[in-house]
Design a protein around this ligand. Structure first.
Ligand SMILES: C[S@@+](CC[C@H](N)C(=O)[O-])C[C@H]1O[C@@H](n2cnc3c(N)ncnc32)[C@H](O)[C@@H]1O
Length: 198
């Protein structure tokens, strides 16, 4: 592990959303058993890391707080998938790097990104290269903080799903009385402000 990443000027609070387990669950059944999964924006408390391990997969996690910048770091060992919820403010650069790495990936993005012309053009150009976008769309607007979510977050995938668009049913939207936060939400203060303690 690298040293803890402390430069507070580089924080972007828009990127600090931690995925609840109900939104990780729908991807599980599409993963080959006993896979190795790289979660590149995650600590050991991430619901991706916890649920993938519980499902019998091997997980490699990395995070900029641990000195592992996604744009520079790649695990040495073999891995089968790259799966996470990326920092939204860097979504284009992250998609570029993901396609460059050329491994099956599933990344959570807000469905409203499809409203941006630049995103439409991005995926149209990929399609022209023979690379189809796959979408795993959940039927609820999942809340990350207990309040009603204003848009749907779902999985944008490459070479993971058996077909291009799949809808998944979720029991509830994780808001109000249903709210169960990600365990990464609790632990993030320790990484972000280590000098203040937990
Ligand atoms: C939207 S959050 C999601 C966290 C976790 N994947 C989850 O879903 O619970 C994205 C995380 O990526 C981290 N991050 C931002 N830039 C990064 C980079 N270049 N490399 C690795 N992690 C980064 C942010 O600090 C943030 O914690």
């Amino acid at each position: 592990m690298g040293e803890i990443w402390l430069n507070k000027n580089n924080w972007n609070d828009k990127d600090e959303y931690y995925t609840p387990s109900i939104l990780v669950e729908p991807i599980l059944k599409y993963l080959k058993p006993n896979s190795t999964i790289w979660c590149p924006f995650d600590t050991k408390e991430s619901e991706f890391v916890i649920l993938f391990k519980e499902a019998g997969h091997k997980v490699i996690y990395s995070h900029i707080w641990l000195g592992q910048d996604f744009f520079e770091y790649e695990p040495d060992e073999h891995y089968d998938y790259i799966i996470s919820n990326p920092p939204f403010t860097k979504k284009y650069e992250i998609l570029d790097r993901l396609y460059e790495l050329d491994k099956p990936f599933a990344m959570i993005l807000g469905i409203p990104v499809l409203n941006y012309q630049v995103v439409g053009e991005y995926f149209f150009n990929k399609q022209r290269e023979g690379i189809d976008l796959q979408l795993l769309i959940v039927d609820k607007k999942i809340s990350f903080d207990g309040n009603t979510a204003s848009f749907n977050n779902s999985f944008f995938c490459y070479n993971v799903l058996p077909k291009q668009i799949i809808f998944e049913h979720l029991a509830h939207n994780n808001s109000r009385t249903h709210f169960i936060p990600s365990r990464m939400m609790d632990s993030q203060r320790l990484y972000r402000y280590p000098q203040t303690g937990y």
